[in-house]
Write a protein that binds this ligand. Structure first.
Ligand SMILES: [Zn+2]
Length: 205
């Protein structure tokens, strides 16, 4: 393994342990990946406790999400990671979590197809946003166990350049960044904004 790959894995293990402690990866759910300079990706192996990941819990897949290590199975949602890397060339890390706030609000707003945040200073945490005065939109698609169906639902979202993640209803959040730290900042910002919305409604996650 190259030094870059092992540095990325070390960073992902640190972030996922923090996210697990925050209750955002319950019951071995959630998955995480990083894109390497050679176009391959390292992604979490299916079904591991995200609070206790080790280097061997990551595996290499090619740009289309095909396993490059015989006998190992990457996350069931690898196709969604590959889609983000294909349609967002600047994205080099993808974080997917299943927090309570993400789950509850994605169901509540599923019919509208989006949640819009306006007036929050924290909107500036997103790459390219410089004021609280605009609107950050978080799209929502219906959940599906068939990854082809799910990818067809998310594909049209990428026509917009001004979005940094999406929710899957009753399921969780996908977000990304130019590197792992930026993806984590986007995840933390979405989680804060979702919790703010829940709190406004008198429900605390
Ligand atoms: Zn998931």
């Amino acid at each position: 393994m190259t030094q870059i790959a092992s540095d990325h894995i070390e960073a992902l293990i640190r972030h996922t342990a923090e996210l697990a402690r925050a209750g955002m990866t319950p019951a071995t759910s959630s998955n995480f990946s990083v894109r390497l300079p050679n176009g391959q990706c390292l992604i979490t192996v299916s079904g591991r406790d995200k609070g206790r990941l080790q280097a061997e819990d990551f595996m290499a897949v090619d740009g289309d999400g095909n396993a490059l290590e015989a006998g190992r199975k990457s996350s069931a949602e690898t196709m969604l990671h590959s889609q983000i890397y294909r349609l967002r060339p600047e994205a080099n890390a993808v974080l997917h979590t299943h927090s309570l706030a993400q789950t509850l609000l994605s169901m509540q707003y599923a019919e509208q197809g989006r949640i819009a945040f306006t007036g929050y200073e924290l909107q500036k945490a997103f790459h390219g946003v410089s004021s609280h005065e605009g609107t950050v939109t978080l799209p929502i698609v219906a959940n599906a166990q068939d990854m082809t169906v799910l990818c067809s639902a998310t594909e049209p979202l990428f026509a917009s350049n001004a979005f940094w993640g999406y929710l899957i209803a009753g399921h969780g959040l996908y977000t990304w960044g130019r590197d792992i730290d930026e993806a984590r900042r986007h995840l933390d910002a979405f989680e804060f904004l979702l919790n703010a919305e829940l709190t406004k409604q008198g429900i605390r996650a």
